[in-house]
Design a protein around this ligand. Sequence first.
Ligand code: ADP
Ligand code: MG
Length: 612
Amino acid sequence: MKNKLIQIIISLIIFLIAFLVPFKQEIINTILFVISYLIVGFEILWKAIRNILRGKVFDENFLMAIASVGAFAIGEYSEGTAVMLFYQVGELFQDYAVDKSRKSIASLMDIRPDVAFVKRDGKIEKVSPEEVKIGETIVVKPGEKVPLDGKVIEGTSMLDTSALTGESIPRDVNVGDEVLSGCINKNGVLTVEVEKEFGESTVSKILDLVENASSRKAKTENFITKFAKYYTPIVVITALLLAVIPTIVFGFETFQEWLYRALTFLVVSCPCALVISIPLGFFGGIGGASKKGVLVKGSNYLEALSQVEIVVFDKTGTLTKGIFEVQKIETKDFKKDELLKFAAYAESYSNHPISISLKKAYGKEIDQKIISNSEEISGHGVRSVVGGKEVLVGNDKLMKQNNIDYTICNDVGTILYVAVDGKFAGYILIADEIKEDAKEIIRKLKANNIQKIVMLTGDKKEVGESIAKELGIDTVYSELLPDQKVEKVEELMKEKSKKGKLVFVGDGINDAPVLAISDIGIAMGALGSDAAIEAADIVIMTDEPSKIDNAIKISKKTMRIVKQNIVFAILIKVLVLLLTAIGLGTMWEAVFADVGVLVLAIINSLRALRVK
Ligand code: ADP
Ligand code: MG
């Protein structure tokens, strides 16, 4: 970019000399124009030739090349040079704007840690995060970024997670808590055992996501590429006709005049403002959303969000906190804490919110050595061998599947039946809490004219229905296995209109396939599961369902901006083209019009980056 600026300045100085100084031999002026032209335009000429050789004839380089060479051909040296100069200034401006919006996104996401302090042989070494291995211990002092994902083994502190979640309230961490790379350690010194390599850490995943977001093109962007493919040849042919037909009609002496008009027509026609401002608009929208803690993986998803008709929610971990409290334990032959111990051991390897809560309720260290053959049966529960005994923990489906003679419990809440060595041993009643903002998002979605809001859950009918009722969700399907969730969503997909989109919001646990098949999969829980980040199209870093409303608003705003740009650019273009064709436009005006449209479109696009 610096080189380009220098080129432009040198070329401009030579241009001004040629333009202002009346040399005795006029040939000197001409030579100066040619030099000025080549300095600033050689690159474009070269690109045009190279693209022609590659069979890509009709692009903006080609347009600029023939327009400016043509101007020279008819003796309009100053115009020919000026056209190229202006064009390059426009390009410079565009590079600057793209660079700036990229940087501003990068600074929003300024989470890349530069160093890690790792404990090796009793000493603390300063290394780059890539060099730290799983299992090593790192020390994070106050004010530093957490460089890698891991578990706190010493110290307590407050973490600023705002770069990841957009959330300003700091999070308390103590021994045993997970910490994510990219957070900032506020006050205490933390000693952390590294659990993931840098490439697998949250921070790397998020950076990848942001960097690749613009490669997933929205339909509107593809429209522009297609548009340019037809548009350019049409323009070139029109220009050719504009030079030839009137000359035949009005006589050869008017050829120069018509050639000038035709060449101006070509310069005017360059659709660069359009081509640039649209991806820039989406880029801004994606950046704006990330400020709010919503990561959008591509402009296509941002575009789709503006056409949502059906929103489907998963229950556990999405509308509810996924933190279950044990309400009651009933046993037959065992003591209560024995039953809880069996359950916690059996669940030891699972990441399901239920297992995590059970392990927390049990509260003691789990001796992994006595657990074997642990198996998770999704939508049912788990089966493990604990100390030589086969333990089953799960819902009534699991009991039936294994022909366990169990006593049905009718309490309200999620019931975990436990069987030991094929015999029913008791049950644990657990209950989850609804997230604070769950009610609000349902209300907002309804206010936004979303036609259908559905909740899917693998939990009991009574639990599903009572939560749906409390939240104001009209349709709820309960006791679904993961593949039945897929079927339900496929059915719902048929209910939307042709353009409408279905959003599925889940936490990635037992619903990753649904996240993948829906038009837009939104995952909760960057602070939870990796599966979610991978399968989803949009990730809500704060786990707050209400962010969906922000995302939809940003999407609609972005689409408005993009459409404004398209209409504005095409209108001005057509206007100036007409003026040129009838002889009212000069090449000077043409260039100004194009640069002007470009600047306004860029400014408009940057609006998408700003969110309230
Ligand atoms: P949701 O649809 O609400 O997110 P899931 O599909 O993850 O729920 O689970 C459905 C039901 O399957 C749970 O309510 C529970 O009864 C049972 N279940 C699933 N996984 C486990 C597990 N690890 N331990 C015990 N029960 C489980
Ligand atoms: Mg779930």
